[in-house]
Ligand binder design. Structure first.
Ligand code: UDP
Ligand code: MG
Length: 332
């Protein structure tokens, strides 16, 4: 795959036939005016309308356009992932294919990245979407995600973002996790910032999501939080809960036993006994799940040779130089 473009613009599209041509013209217009080599990677996410046909026509006329056509609809995250795999740029820019993001923000994102950041995300400060079904849930989600992940951004949902290639290469995306790339990447120790970007109302086609997305985002957030904080030490989470639960159960049981033995209080009609047994059982369960998770995590990291750390750079002799070669070297 070529690696000689400076940046790639990756756009997922699902049933966006009315937007394709306008979108291409607008992005192309912006890229043409820039002093950098670039490409556009359109990913057709199994559209059922003429999106793919229109993309093919565009591709035939412009060699700077790549079209990746997925066999069926895999969802926005998968489509973006496919785009990343086919993008050759040292920087990758993502945006929506419905013209809601403004390509004229691309130079601004790149300029910000040049200041030394690894990720620059867009903030739709004047978002043009429905208030109740979109902006409100989104506002709450952003607060929650910022609080839970410790990565404070105003707008996680904005697809318009710029990433250095290394960030993308070290991340595998599942579910609907594209919005969490900055949070996941923060675990690698990357630097990020946000800038205000333009946002426009959807003119053609319809949104692919409803309010049900909120639940999926919350569930994905749990996964991200777990991966971020405990992926290499699951027993610390499960074990802590387990120990507290068992301990509480044990203490309750102890009280009950003392009351029974020394004060003659009957045991049979006391719900507390049930609670004590439940807590002890739960505690043992939690600890066992934690131990199993430790095994799973080891398999996960070791089978895929996934590092548990990320190196920024190494100073000094390259690690591949054998010690003997250093010893043989004659001083000049
Ligand atoms: N999209 C996609 N696959 C899907 C759903 C959406 O590629 O299964 C694309 C869609 O074509 C658009 C972008 O993802 O380019 C964002 O979708 P949408 O505009 O519907 O989301 P919203 O802006 O309403 O949050
Ligand atoms: Mg949209």
């Amino acid at each position: 795959m070529e690696r000689f473009v400076d940046f790639s613009v990756v756009v997922p599209l699902y049933n966006e036939e009315e937007n394709v041509q306008l979108l291409y013209e607008e992005i192309h217009g912006v890229l043409k005016g820039m002093d950098a080599r670039s490409e556009i990677v359109f990913v057709d996410d199994g559209s059922r309308d003429s999106t793919l046909a229109r993309l093919e026509t565009i591709q035939q006329q412009d060699a700077g356009v790549k079209v990746v056509s997925l066999r069926r609809n895999f969802g926005q995250t998968a489509a973006m992932s496919a785009g990343f795999d086919h993008a050759g740029g040292a920087v990758i820019i993502t945006m929506d294919g419905d013209l809601q993001n403004d390509p004229h923000d691309i130079p601004k994102l790149l300029a910000k990245l040049d200041e030394g950041y690894d990720v620059v995300t867009g903030w739709r400060f004047d978002r043009q979407d429905a208030l109740l079904s979109r902006k409100l849930p989104s506002m709450m989600a952003n607060r929650l995600i910022s609080w839970v992940t410790g990565v404070s951004l105003h707008d996680y949902g904005c697809t318009l973002k710029a990433f250095r290639r290394e960030v993308i290469e070290n991340i595998n995306l599942y579910g609907e996790m594209h919005r969490f790339i900055p949070a996941i990447a923060s675990g690698m120790g990357i630097s990020f910032t946000e800038i205000k970007v333009n946002h426009r109302a959807r003119r053609f086609g319809t949104s692919k999501y409803g309010i049900s997305r909120t639940i999926r985002v919350v569930l994905d957030l749990m996964t991200v939080k777990f991966l971020l904080s405990y992926a290499t030490r699951p027993l610390h989470v499960f074990g802590t809960v387990g120990i507290f639960s068992s301990l509480a159960g044990f203490l309750l049981a102890l009280i009950l036993v003392i009351q029974r033995q020394f004060f003659g209080v009957a045991l049979a009609d006391r719900p507390l006994l049930l609670l004590a047994v439940l807590l002890i059982f739960l505690g043992i369960q939690f600890i066992t799940i934690g131990l199993l998770a430790e095994l799973v995590v080891r398999t996960y990291h070791e089978s895929q040779k996934k590092p548990i750390y990320y190196v920024r750079k190494v100073l000094g002799a390259p690690p591949t130089t054998p010690v003997s070669a250093l010893a043989d070297r004659q001083p000049e």
